[in-house]
Design a binder for this molecule. Structure first.
Ligand code: BGC
Ligand code: NOJ
Length: 815
């Protein structure tokens, strides 16, 4: 069952009924001002930091769900009937309804009793405000008198404090109303130089700024008293819950249309010029901004340029394949999700409250892989931010705060995989841009000293080599990519955080996953070193990789697949010898990606890759994707930690943890199995799952972190949509390994590994200033690559001059 459909030409997903299984959300904003918005206008906004600069309130896990948003109410002043044009919060029946989630904007349209309303929500680029543009049309045969009410509930800035510290917060709220603009200025009197404002393009019939005055005592957003009565009370909030509500009266002749613009914004004044009079906000700087954005022409132009900017960005790669789900994910939604994820890390979604998490080190490094082609300058900046949270020993803070760019002490460090991801992130940046200068940039460590970025990467590898366990494999520390495999933790205390609790000292648990990741990272750094004129370093990193690969082949192989780890007692994890958790997905993917067990590795391990991929297919693959492990842990295993705390089939305990699936797609492509690679790709492709939306439940236009596994009663149900490393890795898997358009240090490689039923595809790729027009087809005889009609040796397209356009023909040997 579907709740809408894709409109690929408009780059929109169109939701045609409001009662989606969970709120289907979108993101507003591209620079510093952001919001989430659901298909029924739920959500909230913040400036830069979702915890510390929260503009509006949202109630997670509320009943009814999706509570708090950018609400409008319409009231027919002749009958007193009122409704929400976005369905929520009144949930009054509508004659029709449509939500279009586009790239950084959302429109919600509906009609009721001959009154059509369409609201466009977006953030003009470079501004710290959002526009709500309401277009009202009277489709009746007679004139209509309509009251429009707007409504936002202000958050008192620090979202954590806002939801807990009521003894203080009920007394601190302050507002000003001036010229029809509602200013929210809690704590402006003291140390804050910022305020929020809520403005309207029309003369007001009234306003409210005190929540209870607008809603009425004991009432909710679904039945505000002011709307019911058809008049606001002009309340001024002193403490309690500062609110923003405008009341506008509109008379519409039959067929007439009226546009009303609302602005919700954030403004920061220079400290020395905060006040116009004691306690009164100086509005001289913000006023022109408000005036400008209340003008319809400015709004229309900004919206056009937002759309144009996305169209330009997505022009980096356009593909036309035989598969519609592939096309729309690659050309539109997967790329979009990558950039959103790059911006948000794992902080704000329907599943992340914006309070508890900063920017994850490994998360942000991996996000780079999917977004560097879209935002190379920002990728460079991100790399430097990340490297600055490294320690001189090569380790890294697990998270950092976006506002201060400092490491987060509360979560600390010691996730032993973290530093290695930096190598992968930097490698992706270099491959895309060829900007080797970044390697020489001097970057401080968070504890002491500084080194070039190249030096940081060296220390990343060194960090692993300095922490080797009894089998010669890397020590896992607090955890590796799998945050929930806590082998040194032994937690027995209810509620204790597995992420931060004291580990037993001198833990010797080892990770085969880190070994695979190390091998991959060491090979990447070897290639970087070689291209950067450091041949000796390259040799030594390559030797490190070979050595680690050999250790994995000897101590990390269980017989039919790669082991996952060795626990504190030296027992294998992810082994046929156990009764549960016999095989884990992630080492199978990452070890093959690191070149372990590929035919071009050592003679002895030549068959490991294909054997382990067969095991994955037999034991982990389901129609809903590849499960993280099997069999799921039925009960808590203290020596394994959080992983076994989840009920079987959920999250790290054997769900289809989507992040790891592309590793197996890539591994399959590396062994030349295009059928398996593409099959796995399709199983979790959200667009391909759209027909089973009632089971999948999350948005069909973005990846979710997990889909419940076979052991779960809700097998096939997705959770934690939007902010997941799944986005980046799937884009990498499909574009670089299956379609095979792969940036490398020396240029663009075109080496498709397609499913047998595809005859070919075409693509356009902008790369280092040139445009590559790529055609892939099959031939009856042997394959070859031709550039501008000339056959070249191998599959690497020589770098073209910036500004030029190159024709690439990839002819694949027949099936
Ligand atoms: C989740 C992980 C997450 C970790 C850190 C765990 O509870 O299951 O997916 O990485 O918390 O926030
Ligand atoms: C989500 C976290 O953000 C990511 O860092 C981790 O690798 C996965 N969960 C798996 O635990």
């Amino acid at each position: 069952m579907r709740y809408g459909h894709f409109d690929d030409d408009s780059r929109e997903y169109v939701i045609t009924r409001p009662d989606t299984p969970v709120p289907w959300i979108n993101y507003l904003g591209t620079d510093g001002y952001f919001g989430i918005i659901s298909n029924t206008a739920g959500g909230y906004s913040w400036h830069r930091d979702a915890r510390l600069r929260r503009l509006t309130r949202y109630r997670y896990n509320n009943v009814p769900g999706d509570c708090g948003g950018r609400y409008l109410y319409l009231r027919d002043d002749r009958t007193g009937v009122y409704w929400s044009p976005s369905w929520q919060p009144t949930r009054t029946g509508l004659d029709d309804y449509e939500c279009r989630h586009g790239l950084s904007y959302t429109t919600i349209s509906s009609a009721k009793a001959g009154i059509r309303a369409r609201t466009l929500y977006f953030v003009p680029q470079g501004e710290t405000l959002e526009v709500w543009r309401l277009t009202l049309t009277n489709e009746r045969a007679r004139p209509a008198d309509i009251s429009v009410f707007s409504s936002v509930e202000f958050a008192l800035w620090d979202a954590q404090d806002d939801t807990t510290n009521f003894q203080r917060n009920y007394s601190t709220g302050e507002v000003e109303v001036d010229g029809g603009v509602i200013y929210h200025k809690t704590e402006y009197r003291e140390r804050r130089d910022h305020f929020a404002y809520f403005a309207c393009s029309e003369p007001l019939a009234g306003f409210d700024t005190q929540r209870e005055a607008f809603l009425g005592p004991y009432r909710g957003f679904d039945s505000p008293q002011a709307v019911e009565l058809g008049r606001a009370s002009g309340s001024i909030a002193h403490g309690w819950a500062p609110y923003g509500a405008h009341h506008v009266r509109v008379t519409l002749e039959p067929g007439a249309t009226k546009e009303v613009i609302f602005l919700l914004g954030y403004w920061e004044n220079p400290r020395a010029a905060k006040f116009a009079a004691p306690g009164v906000i100086n509005k001289a700087l913000v006023r022109p901004v408000i005036e400008r954005w209340l003008r319809p022409q400015a709004v229309a132009a900004a919206f056009d340029s937002l759309k144009a900017s996305w169209a330009g960005l997505l022009g980096v790669l356009r593909v036309d394949t035989p598969d519609a789900d592939t096309n729309r994910m690659v050309n539109i939604w997967n790329a979009y999700q990558c950039l959103v994820t790059f911006n948000m890390s794992r902080s704000v979604s329907s599943f992340e409250t914006g309070i508890s998490r900063g920017m994850g080190f490994r998360d942000s490094c991996q996000d780079l892989l999917g977004s560097v082609q879209l935002a190379p300058e920002r990728a460079r900046e991100r790399i430097i931010d990340l490297a600055s949270t490294q320690f001189a020993n090569g380790g890294a803070y697990h998270q950092y705060q976006p506002l201060t760019k400092t490491g987060n002490d509360a979560i600390g460090s010691g996730f032993n995989d973290d530093p290695l991801w930096l190598v992968l992130g930097v490698a992706a940046y270099l491959k895309e841009t060829g900007d080797f200068s970044v390697l020489d940039q001097e970057i401080p460590f968070s504890d002491e000293g500084a080194a070039s970025l190249y030096g940081h990467l060296e220390r990343s590898l060194r960090y692993t080599l300095d922490r080797i366990g009894p089998h010669g494999l890397p020590l896992i520390g607090r955890a590796d990519w799998n945050d929930c495999l806590n082998l040194n933790c032994f937690s027995q205390t209810p509620g204790e955080s597995f992420q931060t609790t004291q580990n037993i000292p001198g833990g010797v648990a080892e990770s085969v996953f880190i070994a695979g990741l190390f091998t991959l990272a060491a090979r990447e750094l070897a290639a970087i070193a070689a291209a950067h004129g450091r041949g000796e370093d390259a040799d030594s990193y390559r030797a490190d990789a070979e050595k680690m690969a050999a250790v994995v082949a000897e101590h990390g192989w269980d017989g039919e697949w790669f082991l996952r780890a060795y626990d504190h007692f030296g027992n294998p994890v992810g082994s046929a010898r156990d009764t549960e958790g016999q095989i884990f997905a992630e080492p199978q993917g990452i070890c093959v990606m690191g070149g372990i067990g590929l035919a071009n590795g050592t003679e002895a391990d030549a068959s490991l890759a294909t054997r382990t991929l067969t095991s994955v297919r037999e034991r982990l693959a389901t129609p809903h994707g590849i499960m993280l492990l099997q069999p799921a842990f039925a009960s808590y295993r203290v020596e394994l930690g959080e992983i076994s705390s989840y009920p079987p089939g959920y999250k790290e305990n054997g769900s289809v943890f989507c992040h790891t699936n592309p590793w197996l797609m890539i591994a399959s492509a590396m062994v030349g199995d295009g059928d398996a690679a593409f099959d796995y790709y399709k199983r979790i492709n959200p667009s391909a799952r759209e027909p089973i939306s009632e089971l999948h439940r999350c948005e069909p236009y973005v990846y979710a972190q997990m889909i419940a596994g076979r052991d779960a009663p809700t097998h096939g149900e997705a959770k934690n949509s939007w902010l997941t490393g799944t986005a980046a890795w799937n884009l990498v898997a499909i574009t670089q390994w299956i379609l095979g358009i792969r940036p490398e240090l020396a240029g663009l490689r075109v080496e498709p590994v397609l499913p047998a039923h595809w005859a070919g595809y075409t693509a356009t790729r902008r790369f280092r200033g040139a445009t590559y027009e790529i055609t892939v087809r099959r031939a009856s005889a042997g394959g070859y690559l031709a550039v501008d009609g000339q056959r070249v040796h191998g599959t690497l397209v020589p770098l073209a001059a910036p500004g030029s356009s190159v024709r690439v023909d990839a002819v694949l040997p027949s099936r």
